[in-house]
Design a protein around this ligand. Sequence first.
Ligand code: ATP
Ligand code: MN
Length: 152
Amino acid sequence: MYEKILVPTDGSDTAENAVEHALDIAEKYDAEVHALYVVDTDSMSLTLGGEQLDRIEQGQFDEMEEVKGKADAATGYVADGAASRGLDAVEHISAGKPHDQIANYAEHNDIDLVVMGSHGRSGVKRAILGSVTERTLRSTHVPVLVVDVQEE
Ligand code: ATP
Ligand code: MN
């Protein structure tokens, strides 16, 4: 049933908490774990020039150290956790609107389950769900497990 599990991550503590749930399920099903970080081009449009945004959208951000560093750290956390449990992992970085990218990835890679956090990096708990999670739920028919912020 759960052969491929997608973990969209923005590298936040809440997303990392969701990773634990994803890996536990993956271990039980011997599932392949897919980690996806989306470079949110809308949120960067205020600080980056048009040319830089175009390059990011075309996936050419390898030499943009800050962008690449955040993305690699986020997906690497998932992949390391998977590897330490002996699970196969795939890391992917894309650019665009996070919920669109997450829904597209799930559809095109035969994902059986998406596991994500209720909130993310913005850290604002004004809403029950962060906007990326809410929009992902509206954009896909793949089952989504939403893991709430862990209380301390
Ligand atoms: P908002 O962004 O609406 O201000 P938030 O940052 O608290 O609120 P979301 O962005 O919805 O909440 O984050 C919820 C979950 O969505 C995260 O825990 C993570 O699993 C996933 N997520 C958020 N942003 C990204 C992203 N850029 N790439 C991949 N996954 C993401
Ligand atoms: Mn967010």
